[in-house]
Write a protein that binds this ligand. Structure first.
Ligand SMILES: *Cc1c(COP(=O)(O)O)cnc(C)c1O
Length: 334
């Protein structure tokens, strides 16, 4: 396939006048098409994450790189992706949209990888293995050795979605140089506090990037998103402080929940949310709703029976949640 070649792809160098892209000539800060390869932002991101700019693909959220991976590497109605339920829903949705079927290799009762059973399910048609660490909705990190074992066992790519890695302080990025089939996904939507700008990142071997860059939409990242991301990279200290505060608030919430008579189990979390199994999940969910507090009901997933996923908010918001649960506890003991 011959990729689309934009005006900005074909001209390299510095020009006096741009009359090549049918843009408006009236300067307003946004009248020119942005760099299709976002080189300047990738250089900043590369320096932050310790990778080369050429190893980075930027997407409209992480959803775009997930879709690009499936479209680039899976033949519809023939190839498969492998996922480890319970996990993030977009992998399956993107596969289905592209007529690519999904093989499940469920996590065990502690939400860890069942490495051998997973490896047995690999074959030449399993082109992509999606792992999420820390995992959504369970909150735990997946075992590093298991991830590496799976990466070494497959002929396809292993994608580790690190949307919540900033909260765990652990990343698989250090293994990229020795594993050309390892792919890491990052997002600006969680710890970086920029869900609205829609910016996701894929980091991998340049050979993987070569194929993805051929099929991505030419100007997929807009100028305002790039400027905003660049600004936040200059406020790393603020982000680090916020991450720290979220982790402290999560610990406070976890201690509260562990002592609550409504709770059956609090799953260990390395993310900015906690998965909690309640004794009567519908009652708790409805009670919180009646108090105007919305949490994610995951109790209909077979692997998460009775569970709610609760995001960590501001201290005042977490207090509201805890007060609402205390009030329900009191009605229970009457
Ligand atoms: C929130 C989340 C993302 C981020 O998606 P964006 O499209 O970048 O907002 C990616 N992966 C997981 C597992 C998530 O929970």
């Amino acid at each position: 396939m011959k990729p689309y070649s934009s005006a900005r792809d074909e001209f390299k160098g510095t020009a006096k006048v741009f009359l090549d892209a049918n843009e408006s000539p009236f300067p307003n800060g946004l009248n020119r098409y942005p760099d299709p390869l976002q080189r300047s932002l990738k250089a900043e991101l590369g320096a932050y994450f310790g990778v080369y700019g050429e190893q980075i693909l930027l997407g409209n959220g992480s959803d775009e790189p997930i879709d690009l991976l499936i479209r680039a590497f899976c033949e519809p109605n023939r190839d498969h992706i492998l996922i480890t339920p319970p996990t993030y829903g977009m992998y399956e949705v993107c596969a289905n949209t592209n007529s690519v079927s999904v093989i499940n290799a469920p996590l065990d009762l502690d939400y860890q990888l069942q490495t051998e059973a997973l490896i047995e399910r690999l074959n030449d048609c399993v082109k992509l293995v999606f792992l999420c660490s820390p995992n959504n909705p369970t909150g735990n990190l997946l075992d590093e050795k298991s991830i590496l074992q799976i990466t070494d066992a497959t002929k396809g790519l292993v994608i580790v979605d690190e949307a919540y890695a900033d909260f765990s302080g652990f990343s698989m990025l250090k293994h990229l140089p020795s594993r050309p089939n390892l792919v890491v996904l990052k997002t600006f939507s969680k710890a970086w506090g920029l869900a609205a700008i829609r910016l996701g990142m894929l980091i991998a071997h340049p050979d993987v990037l070569f194929w993805l860059n051929r099929i991505k939409a030419p100007y997929n990242i807009n100028r305002m998103t790039m400027d905003c991301a660049s600004q936040i990279l200059n406020q790393k200290g603020t982000v680090a402080q916020q991450v720290q505060q979220i982790v402290e608030e999560k610990n406070r919430l976890v201690s509260f929940l562990e002592s609550s008579v409504l709770v059956n189990h609090v799953f260990p979390s390395q993310a900015n949310f906690v998965l909690v199994r309640f004794k009567d999940v519908q009652k708790v969910f409805q009670h919180l709703l009646s108090e105007g507090i919305v949490v994610r009901n995951r109790s209909n997933l077979p692997e998460c029976l009775g569970c709610l996923r609760i995001s960590v908010g501001l201290p005042a918001e977490n207090n509201m949640l805890m007060q609402a649960l205390r009030a329900l506890e009191r009605t229970q003991s009457l």
